[in-house]
Design a protein around this ligand. Sequence first.
Ligand code: UDP
Ligand code: MG
Length: 320
Amino acid sequence: MHRPALSVVVPCYNEEATLPLLHARVSAAARAAVGDDHEIVLVNDGSRDGSWAAMQALSAADRRVVAINLSRNHGHQLALTAGLDLCSGQQILVIDADLQDPPELLADMRAAMAREGADVVYAVRRKRDGETWFKKATAALFYRVLDRVTDTPIPLDTGDFRLMTRRALDALLALPEQARFIRGMVAWVGFRQIPFAYDRAERHAGETNYPLGKMVRLALDAVTGFSTAPLRWASHLSVVLAACSLLLLFYIAWGYFSGERVQGWTSTMLVVVVLSSIQMFVLGMIGEYLGRLYIEAKRRPLYLVADIAGQVHGRATLGF
Ligand code: UDP
Ligand code: MG
């Protein structure tokens, strides 16, 4: 099997407007880096616009383009997994379709990889243009909370934009989980990984496909996938609550013996409300883990491929 020197893997959801420019910029960058010996793997994640037709056209015009059509929208992380399964390059660049991550950085990332003998060069966002303060603030908070709770050190402010060697990718693809937080999984794999600072550009066209709901889901996948600390919080919390109840007990006893009437309704309600919300919170957390366990136990394919345009050398581990 021929392994091209470089595979560029791009998950796409409703990116019709960006695809021609994406192809032009990615293929110019790839050509500058490795000449013709590359492939561009575009994954259509059930787009509702003309992305798939645009990809087929690109693949017909450029034989280095492989277009993969998933059976429906499987979500960013699974679309990316499909592309990574099916690519065959010796080095793999993962990049977003919206050109927020400049493909031109490939040259510098490859140079850094060669210089440091690294297996992964991950791009760290120094600045994020054109994103709302809400997105930036929640993203910054997310990466910091994640860093506190996880056992695997996951780099801060790092998305999926990265360059990997084949051995790092093969290690990544050996991880079978359904709930995939790929940037964390890459960190878990180990080998030598180095940061590469860059300024994140504005989206070329269209709008973010990561509204709040999807961000929360990704965050929960990240936390539950890399840490069981939240399950332990319940026992820590119980110690704190036990201490509080002891204090309360002393207070009530003092009230009783000093002949004061125990004051009633407000404080009782407060305790009931606070405790029940804590209980619900802990129950919900257990539910998050349990639900994921259930989904993992079903062992469904991660994604399903409907069509492929162009020459594929890699293999879909599942579902094709
Ligand atoms: N994406 C995808 N499937 C989805 C949502 C997004 O393949 O269900 C792709 C999207 O086309 C883009 C990348 O994932 O290439 C990142 O999405 P987006 O730019 O919307 O996220 P943001 O940069 O706003 O976090
Ligand atoms: Mg984006």
